[in-house]
Design a protein around this ligand. Structure first.
Ligand SMILES: Nc1nc2c(ncn2[C@@H]2O[C@H](COP(=O)(O)OP(=O)(O)O)[C@@H](O)[C@H]2O)c(=O)[nH]1
Ligand SMILES: [Mg+2]
Length: 470
């Protein structure tokens, strides 16, 4: 994949409750943009993003995965995160390196506990967001009801930019509110333009009024124009939405189904490109130099600054450090400072990630995401920088373990093997801890809950061939 200028990159974290269709949606985006030739399936274990053995077995996301693709001269880096509360640390890390979030809400389930929890994280990170109502083709899909919940429980500033035509198995099109046109889809996912259905006229007029008002809000002259003429140009609306999204006074709501050829995928790609902020939206970042807050410059011309937000241990392929470059570029075959650890790291190979596929690249440039063959002394959250960079980005606020179990190696004498294996896995997942209880001398695993423990021990057995009982 070619290198993109920061203004042509969108970094988006997919966050939500588990099962809200994030991974499938990311897969559909990769497919529609041609990054993958065939849509993988979470249920069948063929997903390009849920590809770790544990994910295939549990049929759900457990680790963050990056899916990069190109759409109309723009690069999207989709950072797909697991929805389970036990793995919330992954979403927290992902949200710390992107400029926007895509929050999915099931059309047949509405806002769930996990949706509210991640929405709070989106708020905490001050991130713009698109809300996608997914699974519109499901039997009990109800856009109106789900939208009412979104407004009440997530944000009153959530505003539909599309209205679905039909629901459940009759979901077959969208009204594009800004364009004032309808699009009907055939079974292959191909859309044709059509008149807005008569029975949706009233709903459309209402949505239009709301959208136009919100799009004009930042500019008195536009509000006046809309009041007087009842019209705004498509460019004026687009610009208005962009500003509203950036300032978090406007959260566009879209509706999709990924089943079959999909319905609403192209309009969603359009919203991602047009409405979500580019990777250069922040000209500076706040860093820490000792106790002192300092300003760090972003952009192509500034000294290299990057952050490792995830370490991924991949079956057969080795270990990778996933990073976000904010300034300058991280170059393959060069040296870089780990400012957090005060160490020099050698960067060997670099990759662009399309889920389980990776493409070798020469550099990760400002604004982009990518992976390096694991850096020796670099941990999750560490800041990397050019020589002379002496401030770090704030640490990732990983959740603190809230549950504990006692571990006993199944075989006598395996204590060291268990400890070493857990130590390696901890590199990848900072949300668990292992220590010896000073009184009982037993090994204690502290983590985020039952599912977390299950996955950790399963991986320990698979990777390091040691069984433990608890
Ligand atoms: N009918 C239907 N099912 C979907 C759609 N999107 C996802 N699913 C199913 O919903 C389940 C959860 O999807 P997944 O992408 O793993 O959700 P995640 O946990 O948010 O990543 C899987 O069984 C998917 O096949 C959709 O648009 N329509
Ligand atoms: Mg998933």
């Amino acid at each position: 994949m070619k290198s993109y200028a920061p203004e042509h990159i969108r970094n988006i974290a997919l966050v939500s409750h588990q099962g809200a269709g994030k991974t499938t949606l990311a897969e559909a985006v990769l497919f529609k943009t041609g990054a993958i030739g065939r849509m993988g399936s979470v249920d069948e274990g063929t997903s390009n993003l849920d590809y770790h053995q544990s994910e295939i077995e549990h049929k759900t996301s457990i680790f963050t995965a990056i899916g990069s693709c190109e759409y109309e001269e723009t690069k999207f880096n989709l950072v797909d995160t697991p929805g389970f509360e036990d793995f919330r640390g992954e979403a927290i890390a992902a949200l710390s390196v992107v400029e926007s979030a895509m929050v999915s809400v099931r059309a047949d389930g509405g806002v769930e506990v996990g949706t509210e929890a991640v929405w709070q994280l989106v708020e905490d990170n001050d991130l713009p967001a698109i809300i996608v109502v997914t699974k519109m083709d499901k039997e009990h899909a109800n856009f109106e009801q789900v939208y009412a919940q979104i407004r009440e429980r997530l944000s009153a500033k959530a505003i539909p930019v599309q209205l679905p035509i039909g629901e459940g198995e009759n979901f077959h099109g969208l009204v594009d509110v800004a364009l004032g046109k309808a699009f009907l889809y055939d079974a292959s996912g191909k859309a044709t333009e059509a008149e807005i259905p008569e029975e949706m006229r009233e709903a459309y007029e209402e949505a239009r009024e709301e959208l136009f008002n919100a799009a004009a809000e930042h500019d008195d002259a536009l509000v006046e124009k809309f009041l007087e003429e009842g019209e705004l140009s498509y460019e004026e609306i687009t610009r208005g939405i962009q500003i509203g999204v950036r300032d978090r006074t406007f959260f566009p709501v879209c509706a999709v189904s990924t089943t079959g050829g999909g319905v609403g995928m192209r309009p969603l790609l359009h919203c991602i490109k047009e409405y979500l902020p580019a990777s250069n939206v922040r000209e500076t970042l706040t860093g820490l130099k000792g106790e002192e807050l300092v300003e760090l410059k972003t952009g192509t011309e500034a000294p290299t600054l990057a952050r490792v937000f995830k370490i991924s241990i991949e079956k057969d392929a080795g270990e990778f450090s996933l990073m976000r470059c904010y300034a300058g570029s991280v170059e393959a075959g060069s040296e870089i400072q780990n400012v957090s650890q005060e160490k020099t790291e050698r960067v060997s190979q670099l990759f662009s990630l399309e889920g389980k596929n990776r493409e070798k690249i020469e550099r990760i440039t400002a604004g982009d995401l990518g992976a390096a063959v694991k850096l020796k002394d670099t941990h999750c959250g560490d800041t990397l920088g050019a020589r002379g960079v002496d401030a770090t980005l704030p640490k990732i606020a990983y959740p603190v373990p809230n549950s504990r179990v006692t571990l006993r190696p199944a075989k006598d004498g395996d204590d060291d093997k268990v400890a070493q294996g857990l130590h390696r896995l901890h590199e990848e997942d900072p949300t668990f801890l292992v220590h010896n209880d000073p009184e009982t001398h037993e090994m204690v695993l502290e983590g985020m809950g039952e599912m977390h423990f299950e996955i950790i021990l399963e991986r320990l057995a698979r990777r390091y061939s040691v069984e433990v009982t608890r």
